[in-house]
Each structure stands twice: as structure tokens, then as C-alpha cells.
Design a binder for this molecule. Sequence first.
Ligand SMILES: [Ca+2]
Length: 141
Amino acid sequence: MGMRENRRACVTASLALTIGFMGAFVGAASASTAGAAATGITVCKDAYEQNCTSNVPGYVGDVLKQVSPGLRDSISSIRNNGAQTICFYTDNNFEGRGVAVPPGGSLANLAGTYVGGSSMNDVISSWAPLGGPQPPPGSAC
Ligand SMILES: [Ca+2]
């Protein structure tokens, strides 16, 4: 009963808004829908998928600003149950060394994943879908 009344109040409020405010309202609604979408991408602060954040966006130029400050330079394991290969980079905006995680793939312990001669543990700052052929998990990208 209470919820129904709230919904009616919300609809009434929406109808009372001007077209400009309606646009803002729809924008906020789609942003929240995108945040809730199941991307299947999980990043974890610890190895073996411990202390994880699930369904992070597939395209993140700065994990500190776009996902969580605590995840910057702290990711130690990754699972990708999404549809696309994701390349995880050491620097913001898809720069630096990168490691690929294909659909259905995971990297259980980045301390043992080396790209360019250095471990990928606690260094990931951005990631994005990778086009082209699907490399095996842990490949440089
Ligand atoms: Ca860590």
C-alpha cells in the first residue's frame, strides 16, 4: 500500500516536471540502469577471487573515479564472464602494459602473471574490450 502510494506520487511529480527536467530524470534513470547491468566482469583485491567487486563496467578509463578508489593498484585476481575479451592496463586511459582476459576466462593470481617482464599484481588502473582474435588468458594485449 505504501509503495503504491509512493509510485503514484512519483508519477504525479514526473508529470509536473517540464520537458527539460524530464530529460534529466530519464538521464539519471538510464545511468542507474547501466550501473546495474550484469557485465559479468569481476575484479578482486585479493588472489583467488577474494574481496571482489562484480559486474563492473566493461570500459573503465580510471578505476579510481569510475569504480572505486580502493581498487586502484590493488587488483590481484580477475574473472570475465562477459561476452568480450577485456584488456586490463597498468595505467589510466588504456595505457601501459596490458593483460587479456577472454570470455569465460580468469586470472586467479596476478602475482604470477607477467607482462613485459613484470608482474601484473596490484597495478591495474583501466580496462576496455579488446577487438580482434581472442588471446588466451594472461596474454599481453
Ligand atoms: Ca591486491
